[in-house]
Ligand binder design. Structure first.
Ligand SMILES: *[C@@H]1O[C@H](CO)[C@@H](O)[C@H](O)[C@H]1NC(C)=O
Ligand SMILES: *[C@@H]1O[C@H](CO)[C@@H](O)[C@H](O)[C@H]1NC(C)=O
Ligand SMILES: *[C@@H]1O[C@H](CO)[C@@H](O)[C@H](O)[C@H]1NC(C)=O
Length: 364
């Protein structure tokens, strides 16, 4: 059996390895984590989640994240499907900031602004695989990346790691860490999986119920840059304090949701519930907790004819992203929680996903 597994791994490595990454010295491969009927596939390209497979209410297994069939497609995508984004997730206005009297000019990749760490951020590099255990009681994988001083314009060398672990019953834990080696630098990592609990080709997520544990949000301008204000969600289409369908208020917004929530449950480093999603069609549910202060809720507004797994074309609202994070453009808003990590100090960002499935329906 063990021999067979080793052979299997070799076959997978040979099949997916040696994909030539631009400037990447690391071999790019596909890895699997598996615990009973709960499994996922990942690649070290961007420390990316490729698939998450869960049973529905009738025990039928389905993949609940958007993505591509081939690792090569992840190397040339503009969707950030499943990736870890950084060094600074979300937008930085004018692709610049000043820190301790030094002005830093970054590489813009969305008009004049920087999005998700620039044209070649952490989602566009090969990470090292530091630990990997596919099965057993605690399946896990740890990816690491060493970011250099000046990469995409950011100051200082930075060591980054991301671990994915299947724990307990249908729980996925993600731990993102970073350590500044020589200069103070902003760090804000985010996990950019596109979820559709009905399955990646089930259509849109508008009928899914969501609850977001945030009484406030950070309004944005036309370029999706925060104005700096922190406003109550009450009386706005952003109010999901009580669970309701995504469809219920989305039409009041021009394109859909792409907004940062200020999570309730206190600032600081405390774990708190961020959101609960429930798909009535499949019976699948998901709860996300985090120690991060913010949550970007994105309803894949700009997906259009993106050809993904099995040739299926993804359209607007085909999935939702729940990106726990520091606030967008925090480097230019002194009233937002700081995202600066000082030399010798560490950044730690936890996400805990708990999945469940409703009891089988009596009719089917
Ligand atoms: C996996 O799913 C099958 C089919 O529904 C079921 O019979 C089996 O008990 C499940 N296994 C575990 C470990 O939950
Ligand atoms: C990369 O993506 C762009 C569009 O985003 C496309 O025009 C181009 O053909 C792709 N290149 C490869 C090698 O797939
Ligand atoms: C800020 O700049 C001052 C003067 O250049 C320097 O002494 C200090 O160490 C810097 N602080 C940090 C946190 O980099």
């Amino acid at each position: 059996m063990a021999k067979y597994l080793v052979l299997c791994c070799l076959v997978i490595l040979v099949a997916f390895g040696f994909v030539s990454g631009s400037a990447a010295k690391e071999e790019v491969s596909v890895y699997e984590l598996k615990k009973g009927n709960f499994s996922m596939r990942l690649t070290n390209w961007g420390a990316t989640v490729i698939s998450v497979v869960l049973p529905d209410r009738n025990g039928k297994l389905g993949d609940v994240v958007l993505g591509f069939d081939s690792v090569k497609d992840y190397m040339n995508d503009s969707t950030y499907f499943g990736a870890i984004v950084g060094r600074v997730a979300n937008r930085i206005a004018g692709a610049q900031f000043t820190l301790n009297g030094t002005h830093y000019k970054l590489i813009a990749n969305e008009g004049k602004n920087m999005l998700h760490g620039g044209p070649k951020g952490f989602s566009d590099v090969a990470w090292k695989v530091k630990k990997y255990k596919k099965e057993g009681r605690d399946p896990h994988i740890v990816f690491t990346y060493k970011s250099f001083d000046g990469e995409e314009g950011f100051p200082g060398d930075l060591i980054v790691s991301v671990s994915y672990s299947l724990i307990g019953d249908y729980q996925l834990r993600v731990i993102m860490k970073a350590k500044a080696l020589n200069k103070a630098t902003p760090v804000n990592l985010a996990q950019h999986t596109y979820w559709n609990l009905g399955g990646y080709k089930s259509g849109d997520i508008l009928s899914e119920d969501i609850q977001i544990f945030a009484s406030h949000y950070t309004p944005v301008d036309s370029q999706l840059i925060p104005t700096g204000k922190i406003e109550p969600v009450k009386g706005t289409p952003y109010d999901f304090l009580k669970q309701h369908t995504i469809a219920s208020s989305i039409k009041k917004l021009p394109n859909g949701y792409d907004i940062n929530y200020v999570l309730d449950g206190g600032a600081g480093d405390k774990m708190k519930r961020a959101a609960v999603v429930h798909d009535k069609r499949s019976g699948r549910g998901m709860e996300l907790s985090t120690n991060a202060p913010g949550l970007q809720f994105y309803t894949s507004n700009t997906l259009k004819d993106v050809k993904g797994k099995g040739g299926f074309a993804y359209q607007p609202h085909a999935a939702l992203c729940l990106e726990t994070q520091g606030f967008p453009d925090a480097v230019n808003h002194p009233n937002f929680p700081s995202v600066i990590v000082y030399p010798g100090k560490s950044y730690r960002h936890f996400m805990l996903f708990k999945f469940w499935t409703a009891a089988p329906s009596s009719s089917s």
